[in-house]
Design a protein around this ligand. Structure first.
Ligand code: HEM
Length: 421
C-alpha cells in the first residue's frame, strides 16, 4: 500500500496521520519521499509542513529570519549554556561564531589531518593481529573523542565518561522531542560533570597564562589567550559554553556517519569492491566521493527541523506554493532533496562522482555545520582505514549487524585477514 493510501484511511484523525508520517520516515524514508516529491511536494499535516524538493529545502534553510531553529536554544541553555546553533541571526550570533572561527580555523586542517592519521593508525596497529574490529567502539567514536580532547582541548576526563556525557547531552538536545524526563535527567548529570571539568580547565589555564606558562595549543587554550583582548573575550562562562557546544556535535555525528557508510557498503558488495579499490589506489577525494554518496542512501540526519516565526510562503511563485502559519514546524527533508532528480540526476544510481557542493549532509544556510571542513577529512580518513583492511567483511551473525542505542549506532563488528590467517 502506498503512503497516501494509508494516509487517506486516517482522513478523520489528523494525529494518526502525523504518527503515520513519522512511522514511514523511520522505516521507509525513500519510498515516502519519492511519493511526496511526485504527488505532494509540500505536505501539510496538523502543525507540520513537510518539504521534499531540493530547491524548497535549500530555500527554507536560506530563510533563517522566517524559519528559525527549533527549541535547541532552551535545551542548550539548560545543558551547557547558550550556544550559537540555538541563536537567531544578529550581533550575538555574529560575535560568538566569529570568535570561535578564529579559535578553530582552517589553517588547523594540516595539523588535524596528521593527528587523525596517527590516532587511526594506532587503533589499526593495535587490532591488526586480532582480525576483528568494532567500527564504532574502536574507531568511529574513539577518533573524534581524541579530537575533542587533544584539538578542542577538553582533555583530562576519562575517555568513557567524556563520550557518555557528550552522548547524553546530544540525545537530550537533538533526539528528545517529547522532553522525556529520563533523557533530561541523564543530560543534567552529564552537564554537571562536563561543565565542572571545562570550567576547571579554563580557570587553571587562565592562571597558568597569567604566570607566563606556555599552554598546549588547543581551541580552548586559544580562547583563554584571546580573553585578554576585549574584542575576542567572552564573559566568565563563555569559553565553556562555546567549547561544550562544539564538542557535543563532534563525536556521535561523526560516528553515525562512519557506521552508516560502512553498513551501506558492506550491504552492497559491488560498490564495496570499488570503494576498496579507491581506498587502496585512489586519493582521499576519491574515498570522500564514496562516503558522501553512501551517506545519501543512509544519512546521519535525514531531516532537519525549522519553526516558522511568521506566516510564511513556501515555494513562492510555483504551483505548489502554500502559506504556513507562524509556529508551524517545517520538516526539511535533506535526504529527499538529495534524491530529487532535478538536482541529482539518476538519483537511485550510486555515483561517487557527484559534485560535492550538492550534498546536504552538513545542512545549509546560516547554521551550516561548523565542523564541515574537519568532516571532509575525518570521515573519509576513518572509512579509508577500514576499507584498507585485507579481506574486509561483516562479522558473522548478530555481531555483524549494526546495533543501536536509540538513534546512535553503538556497535558494528567487521572481520579481516591477519598475517597469520
Ligand atoms: C568536528 C565535528 C563537528 C563539529 C565541531 C560540528 C559542529 C557544528 C555546529 C557548531 C553547528 C551549528 C553551526 C551554526 O549554528 O552556525 C553544526 C551544524 C550542523 N552539523 Fe555539525 N559538527 C561536526 C560534525 C558533524 C557531522 C559529522 C555531521 C554529519 C552529518 C554534522 C551535521 C550537521 C548539520 C546537519 C548541521 C546543521 C544543523 C541545523 O541547521 O539545524 N556535523 N555542526
Amino acid at each position: 500500500m502506498s503512503f497516501f493510501d494509508e494516509l487517506n484511511a486516517f482522513s478523520n484523525s489528523p494525529l494518526q496521520q502525523v504518527s503515520l508520517f513519522q512511522q514511514w520516515l523511520a522505516e521507509r524514508p525513500l519510498a515516502l519521499f519519492d511519493e511526496l516529491r511526485l504527488h505532494v511536494p509540500i505536505l501539510q499535516l496538523p502543525g507540520l509542513a513537510v518539504v521534499t524538493k531540493y530547491c524548497d529545502v535549500a530555500d527554507v534553510l536560506a530563510r533563517d529570519q522566517e524559519f528559525g531553529v527549533p527549541d535547541y536554544a532552551k535545551k542548550m541553555h539548560r545543558a551547557t549554556g547558550d550556544f550559537f546553533l540555538g541563536m537567531e541571526d544578529g550581533p550575538d550570533y555574529e560575535r560568538e561564531v566569529s570568535i570561535m572561527r578564529l579559535a578553530s580555523n582552517r589553517q588547523d586542517l594540516t595539523r588535524i589531518a596528521g593527528d587523525l592519521q596517527a590516532w587511526i593508525d594506532e587503533v589499526i596497529a593495535a587490532k591488526a593481529a586480532g582480525g576483528t574490529l568494532d567500527v564504532v567502539g574502536d574507531l568511529s567514536r574513539r577518533v573524534p573523542g581524541r579530537l575533542v580532547s587533544e584539538y578542542f582541548g577538553a582533555s583530562g576526563m576519562p575517555d568513557a565518561l567524556l563520550l557518555d556525557c557528550l552522548r547524553a547531552l546530544f540525545r537530550d538536545i537533538f533526539a528528545n522531542p517529547g522532553d522525556d524526563p529520563v533523557v533530561r535527567d541523564a543530560a543534567a548529570t552529564a552537564s554537571s560533570a562536563l561543565c565542572a571539568h571545562l570550567d576547571n580547565l579554563v580557570e587553571t589555564q587562565t592562571a597558568q597564562m597569567h604566570q607566563g606558562a606556555a599552554l598546549a595549543d588547543t581551541v580552548l587554550s586559544r580562547c583563554v589567550g584571546m580573553s585578554t583582548v576585549p574584542e575576542t573575550s567572552f564573559e566568565q562562562a563563555g569559553i565553556r559554553r562555546n567549547i561544550a557546544g562544539l564538542i557535543v556535535g563532534t563525536v556521535d555525528t561523526t560516528s553515525a556517519c562512519v557506521a552508516n557508510v560502512l553498513d551501506y557498503l558492506l550491504g552492497n558488495p559491488g560498490i564495496l569492491d570499488k570503494a576498496i579499490t579507491a581506498a587502496r589506489e585512489g586519493t582521499l577525494d576519491d574515498v570522500r566521493g564514496y562516503v558522501y554518496e553512501a551517506l545519501r542512501f543512509k544519512p546521519q540526519a535525514p531531516t532537519l527541523l525549522r519553526t516558522a516565526s511568521v506566516d510564511a510562503v513556501l515555494a513562492a511563485g510555483t504551483a505548489r506554493a502554500i502559506t504556513v502559519p507562524a509556529g508551524t514546524t517545517v520538516v526539511v527533508c535533506l535526504m529527499s532533496g538529495m534524491f530529487d532528480p532535478d538536482q541529482f540526476p539518476a538519483p537511485t544510481a550510486f555515483d561517487p562522482q557527484r559534485p560535492e557542493r550538492d550534498y546536504l549532509h552538513f545542512g545549509s544556510g546560516m547554521h551550516r555545520c561548523f565542523g564541515r571542513h574537519i568532516n571532509r577529512l575525518q570521515l573519509p580518513m576513518i572509512v579509508r582505514a577500514i576499507l584498507r583492511l585485507p579481506g574486509l567483511r561483516r562479522a558473522a551473525g548478530a555481531d555483524g549487524e549494526m546495533r543501536l542505542d536509540g538513534p546512535f549506532p553503538n556497535r558494528l563488528i567487521v572481520e579481516f585477514d591477519t598475517a597469520r590467517s
